[in-house]
Design a protein around this ligand. Structure first.
Ligand code: P6P
Length: 340
């Protein structure tokens, strides 16, 4: 059977848009190349000196593991040399990284990314992931500026993730459906393995860290009770699945049908996950896969960002599941409705 590589697929899709100039094609390819290098290091993390801590702390106040730094550097250098991206916003860097080299400083796109999400799971060999969002820059001359990043997710040109798990899968969308590619490490090619991914109509998995139950909004508590009720006709009680690595939880729920919730709490009303490079790419993919993503009240992709690393609560999954959770939030926790 003739397989289709990521590169072939991207080029084929570009041909469907005569106005496409090929820049996005090259940018997506650059991301695929960086992902292969990160994959190689992730797969041998248990063996080499990359394990353990760099001993530094990133902007989030988190210990930086060597793989975090390696992944960040791989994506930065691939995008810097690729020439299509003029700046990067990364979870690992407080400020945006502006490319001033001749080949990239006039690139059409900016990329917001979490180069290695869930990296606290590295030493326990739990799947980890990369998340990326691609915007057309807003500034028309000179080097990129922060305003190029402070765009709502509905402006996204493309977004996706790479899951470094039992196999390595790259899932992305350019706004015309979601497609997944599995890396064949023997030849170093991403092969189309999950064409036209769609959420099931509904699901029976809910993913949330229930250790924070006492700090949840009443609406989330009520939704959890709803998930646990004995109602076989609606597939309840649901199963709870939560691995603590967002990309792994999101990917499983996309395949099998399930809702992922990282809500605001009484300790942090905006939750934990970052809007620009965690919530937005996941929300973009969810909608492209026929699902929904909100903060319990408002569409994630309509949130107007005001800061590079701002957080947002997220309820994401099949539309029917998200809408049920929103009902509980709106009925029981109006005080958690964000001001934006
Ligand atoms: P908690 C990993 O640190 C991460 O950013 C996401 O990948 C994951 O979904 C979440 O945090 C887990 O957070 O508070 O449940 O440990």
């Amino acid at each position: 059977m003739k397989f289709k590589t990521l590169t072939e697929f991207i080029i084929e899709k570009q041909a469907e848009y005569p106005q496409a100039s090929g820049n996005l094609t090259r940018l997506l390819n650059d991301i695929g190349i960086a992902a292969k290098f990160v994959n190689r290091e992730v797969n041998r993390a248990g063996l080499g000196e990359v394990m353990g801590y760099v001993g530094e702390v990133n902007v989030q106040g988190e210990e930086q593991k060597k793989l975090d730094v390696y992944a960040n550097n791989q994506f930065i250098s691939a995008l810097r040399s690729g020439g299509e991206c003029c700046a990067i916003g990364s979870e690992e860097n407080e400020e945006i990284i502006i490319f001033d080299n001749e080949s990239s400083k006039y690139g059409k796109y900016v990329v917001a990314m979490d180069p290695l999400d869930g990296s606290s799971n590295i030493e326990s060999n739990v799947s980890i992931g990369t998340l990326f969002s691609i915007y057309l820059r807003r500034t028309v001359r000179g080097t990129a500026k922060m305003e190029d990043f402070l765009q709502p997710g509905r402006n996204l040109v493309a977004a996706g993730y790479v899951l470094y798990g039992s196999s390595t899968v790259l899932v992305y969308s350019t706004g015309n459906g979601v497609n997944g590619f599995t890396l064949d490490p023997s030849v170093g090619l991403f092969i189309l393995s999950h064409p036209d991914m769609k959420y099931p109509e509904t699901g029976n998995i809910y993913s949330i860290n229930e250790a924070s139950y006492n700090y949840f909004p009443e609406g989330v508590k009520q939704y959890i009770h709803y998930c646990q009720e004995d109602e076989p006709a609606t597939g309840r009680p649901y199963s709870t699945r939560y691995i603590g690595s967002m990309v792994a939880d999101i990917h499983r729920n996309l395949i099998r049908g399930g809702i992922f919730i990282y809500p605001g709490t009484t300790k942090s009303k905006t939750g934990k996950l970052r809007l620009l490079y965690e919530c937005n790419p996941v929300a973009f993919l969810a909608e492209q896969a026929g699902g929904k993503a909100s903060d319990g009240f408002k569409r994630i992709l309509d949130i107007e960002p005001t800061a590079l690393h701002q957080r947002a609560p997220i309820f994401v999954g099949p539309s029917a599941m998200v809408e049920k959770a929103e009902e509980f939030m709106q009925a029981h926790s109006p005080e958690f409705k964000p001001e934006h």
